[in-house]
Every structure is written in structure tokens, then in C-alpha cells.
Design a protein around this ligand. Structure first.
Ligand SMILES: C[S@@+](CC[C@H](N)C(=O)[O-])C[C@H]1O[C@@H](n2cnc3c(N)ncnc32)[C@H](O)[C@@H]1O
Length: 467
């Protein structure tokens, strides 16, 4: 796999941070995601953006991330520049269409329970690891120096990836580490089922013994200070041999766990290879920037920007209009509920759980608002309302604010454009961090179909030079 060549030009990093500084007002209120009416966000747009965006019907606004090229000539120049720079400063998230996936062999239970998304992710990483092993074995054969690879799957969840790496034809020794009891229990149960199937098919107890020693799950929380020797001490003795080299893998390591992995890779003699795909950039300890180069640019990403980086244009574009409209309707309900709750409760300081109101409570704003009130009351029993809204009054408020529905949709879409620039900065900062510490081979590649799995930028690194 080859990287998109523009990622190697680190001189573009100051352009990215300057751009994000210039447009920070677009993402500053992303965090609670309820502030469109409360903070009058529409007024932050330059007049000419507002004038233009107000002329567009809803369907056209929602399809801008897909079809902006068709209407760019009609946009004011400043908006053209914004959109153009959002696209040129972002790493491509389009998976190489010529890459065919290698399917792993036989056991049905290996893919049991996987969603289509998980199956695609596991197939893609399996392909990457298979190709990489082929190259490694070829190289070592010629050096007469075959070193067996063991794999540590960081944040292994239900163990889908680890079990495929261990029980498919790759036959890697694999350790999965996760801090959740339920995930470790689930992973162990899956492993039992897979072994049962292997026993039935192979009908050989001798094989079983070897196979059983191929995969192990450990329940541990890896904090950001964990050292490689501490991590290795969690692993059963003799599982990883002196002669083994280690591949550290993380499929969707949340927030700072991705940076913990980078440090484990850098500090360990034994860990020679790294495959990591991050997610939930806003979770965990503050971890941005990691590299000296980005630190020198004197730019911090506030947590609202880290949250916005998790949005995906590819996923948005794959949605049907109704689904997009539903997303915007929820955003509208949240923003309107926020204003009304503030009118009712003088002490009200925001209700983050508005984001989590379920679909069956979103059939109308009235229903949604009832649910929001219930949540507020259960969380803040001592809070007393200074007024109440009748059903008619709620209807009037709803009609009044509905006139601004398209403005809210346009704000959402303009925010969406900048999300991949922020994600690019986070991923490139991690790449530069490895480069600065003399890792000879580092790539960032879009490894999954973005529509299926939007957090798809994978950092692949090796401590050996390519032959
Ligand atoms: C997004 S899930 C991905 C799970 C799995 N890799 C997959 O793709 O199916 C992230 C996993 O990392 C685990 N995790 C998060 N932070 C962790 C930490 N600091 N130490 C150990 N596990 C952690 C969570 O429990 C969760 O199972």
C-alpha cells in the first residue's frame, strides 16, 4: 500500500493550523451541540455566506458535501475558498479501489456476530497483515533469519480481530488487551466457540493444544504512562518468546489510547511494527499535539474540535435524504429545546443528554420536549421552573423557530466541511511524532470504505527500512 504523496510534505502543516485558526469560530460551539439558537450561530457567518445559503432549498444544502463542485461558481468567493481549502488540506479518505480484500480461511465461527462494518474492518486489516507478513517472510528467508511474529491487539473489544489473526491461516500468536470485563468475557466465549468448531473439523487433540495456546485475552486498563515492560508483564509467561518480534495493533483505539500505543511502540525494543486506527479523538487525557513540529505551531485543538473530527463527509454522503433530514431535525429539536429549557429554568446550564434522546421519542417536537423535561427533572430534582409552556405555546415556538430550519441545516453542513481538516491534523501530528523519533517507515492510509467505517485513517509503521 502506498501513501497519498501529499502527506509527506510536512511543510503544509502550518497552512492547516493557520486555516483552523482563521475558521475556529465555525467549530467553537460544537461541543454541546445545542447552541444554534442559544448562541445565535447563524450570525457568525459573513453576510455574503448567509445571503447565498438562504437562497438554497433544503435538499441542495444537504447535498453540498457531495455536489459542491456543481454550484461552486455561484458561491461568494470567500465561501468558495473555505470549501476549496477544506478539501485540499485534508488527507484523502478514499480507499484504493484496486485493493482487493484477502478472505481468511474456513472456520465459520470466526465471523459469527460481526456486523457488516466489523467484517469489513477485520477483512481489511487481515489483508494488510497478510501482505505485510508475505513481504517480511520473503525478506527474512533471504537473510536466513526468520523471526516469528506475535501480535498485541490493544483495546481488543470482543476479540473479533485477534481471533481472526490467531485462528485463520495467518496463525499469529495474539494477545488481546481490554479494560472492560464484559468485552473480555465475550471474547473468551467467542474463543471457546471457535475452538469447539476447530476441534470438530480437525478432529485432532494434538492440534488443539497448539491452537489453544495461540490466543489469550487480558483485562487491563492501559493508562498513558504504561511502559512496554509493564504491558508485557500482564501477558502470561512464555506466551511471547525471546525470539518473537511484536506487531502492535489497535482497531479504533479511543482518544488518548492511540497515543499510548505510539509511546509503547517507540519505547519497546521488541515491538517492531505498528498498525493503528484511532477514533473518538475527544476521549481520554489531552493528547494533542504529540509532535514537536506541531507544538511549535502554537495551536491547540479544543475538545469541541476533537469531537467534530469524528464526523464524516463520506458517511453523510452515503445517507439518503430522509436520513440526513432526520439528523438535522434532531439537531433542530436539541437547539430549540435548549432555548425553551433556559426560559423555563433560570438555573439551567445545559443538558448534554439531549443528544441521546431515542428515535421513538422524536416523532414530534412536543414528544421530544416532554422527554427532555423528564430527563432534566430526573437529573436536577431540586430545580424549579419559573414558567411552563402550554401545548399551544410550544406549537407557536416550534413554528417560529422552524422558519430558521434551513439556516441551521446550512450551519451543520458548513461545520461538516471542516471536520476532515481537523482529523487530518490529528493523524498527521501522530505520523510526524513517529518520524521525529526516527521511525523509518510511517504511512497513513485510508484502509476502510469510508461509508462503512468512517474512522478509516490507519497509521502503519515499521522500525525496519523497506527493502
Ligand atoms: C472502539 S472499541 C474497539 C474494539 C475492537 N478493537 C473492535 O474494533 O471491535 C475500543 C476498545 O478499547 C477499550 N479501551 C479503551 N481504552 C482503554 C484503555 N485505556 N486500556 C484498555 N482498553 C481500553 C474499550 O473497552 C473498547 O473495548
Amino acid at each position: 500500500m502506498e501513501a497519498n504523496s501529499k502527506q509527506y510534505d510536512n511543510s503544509v502543516l502550518p497552512n492547516i493550523t493557520e486555516f483552523l485558526k482563521k475558521y475556529a469560530w465555525i467549530f467553537q460551539d460544537y461541543e454541546d451541540y445545542n447552541g444554534f439558537f442559544r448562541d445565535n450561530l447563524w450570525c457568525r457567518f459573513p453576510d455574503e455566506w448567509r445571503l447565498y445559503l438562504k437562497t438554497l432549498p433544503l435538499k441542495q444544502i444537504l447535498s453540498l458535501p457531495k455536489s459542491w463542485k456543481e454550484s461552486i461558481a455561484l458561491m461568494p468567493e470567500s465561501l468558495q475558498n473555505y470549501i476549496f481549502q477544506c478539501t485540499t488540506l485534508s488527507l484523502s479518505k478514499v480507499r484504493d479501489p484496486n485493493l482487493s480484500l484477502t478472505t481468511y480461511s474456513h472456520y465459520k465461527s470466526l465471523s459469527r456476530g460481526m456486523s457488516e462494518k466489523k467484517q469489513h474492518e477485520v477483512d481489511s486489516i487481515f489483508t494488510l497483515v497478510s501482505n505485510f507478513l508475505k513481504a517480511k517472510r520473503k525478506n527474512e528467508d533471504s537473510n536466513d533469519n526468520l523471526k516469528e511474529l506475535a501480535c498485541i491487539d490493544v483495546g481488543s473489544g470482543e476479540g473479533y480481530l485477534s481471533s481472526v489473526l490467531a485462528f485463520s491461516n495467518l496463525q499469529l500468536k495474539c494477545i488481546g488487551i481490554d479494560d472492560q470485563d464484559s468485552h473480555i468475557d465475550g471474547a473468551n466465549q467467542r474463543m471457546k466457540n471457535i475452538l469447539k468448531e476447530i476441534r470438530k473439523e480437525e478432529n485432532s487433540n494434538m492440534e488443539d493444544l497448539k491452537i489453544e495456546n495461540r490466543l489469550h485475552f487480558v483485562k487491563k486498563f492501559l493508562d498513558e504512562k504504561v511502559t512496554p515492560s509493564e504491558m508485557l508483564s500482564f501477558i502470561p509467561k512464555d506466551f511471547i518468546l525471546e525470539s518473537n518480534e511484536i506487531l502492535l495493533i489497535g482497531l479504533h483505539t479511543c482518544g488518548s489510547l492511540a497515543n499510548t500505543m505510539l509511546d509503547l511502540f517507540l519505547k519497546s525494543e521488541k515491538i517492531k511494527y505498528f498498525i493503528g486506527i484511532g477514533c473518538c479523538y475527544h476521549k481520554g487525557k489531552d493528547h494533542f499535539p504529540a509532535s514537536e513540529m506541531v507544538k511549535k505551531l502554537d495551536f491547540r485543538l479544543p475538545s469541541c474540535a476533537l469531537s467534530l473530527a469524528c464526523e464524516s463527509i463520506g458517511e453523510w454522503n452515503a445517507m439518503a435524504f430522509d436520513e440526513q433530514n432526520y439528523t438535522i431535525t434532531r439537531y433542530f429539536y436539541r437547539s430549540l429545546a435548549e432555548v425553551l429549557l433556559r426560559e423555563m429554568y433560570p438555573e439551567y446550564k445545559g443538558l448534554f443528554t439531549l443528544r441521546k434522546i431515542r428515535k421513538h421519542k422524536c416523532n414530534s417536537f412536543y414528544e421530544y420536549f416532554e422527554e427532555a423535561l423528564k430527563r432534566l427533572k430526573s437529573k436536577n430534582q431540586s430545580m424549579a421552573p419559573c414558567k411552563a409552556f402550554s401545548k399551544n405555546e410550544l406549537e407557536e415556538k416550534y413554528l417560529h423557530y422552524s422558519q430558521h430550519f434551513n439556516e441551521l441545516a446550512a450551519f451543520y453542513i458548513i461545520q461538516l466541511f471542516i471536520a476532515p481538516v481537523i482529523e487530518t491534523l490529528i493523524v498527521r501530528d501522530r505520523v510526524v511524532y513517529l518520524q521525529e523519533l526516527n521511525i523509518p517507515e510511517v504511512l497513513a492510509i485510508p484502509i476502510f470504505e469510508e461509508e462503512l467505517s468512517p474512522r478509516n485513517l490507519c497509521i502503519v509503521a515499521s522500525k525496519y527500512h523497506k527493502q
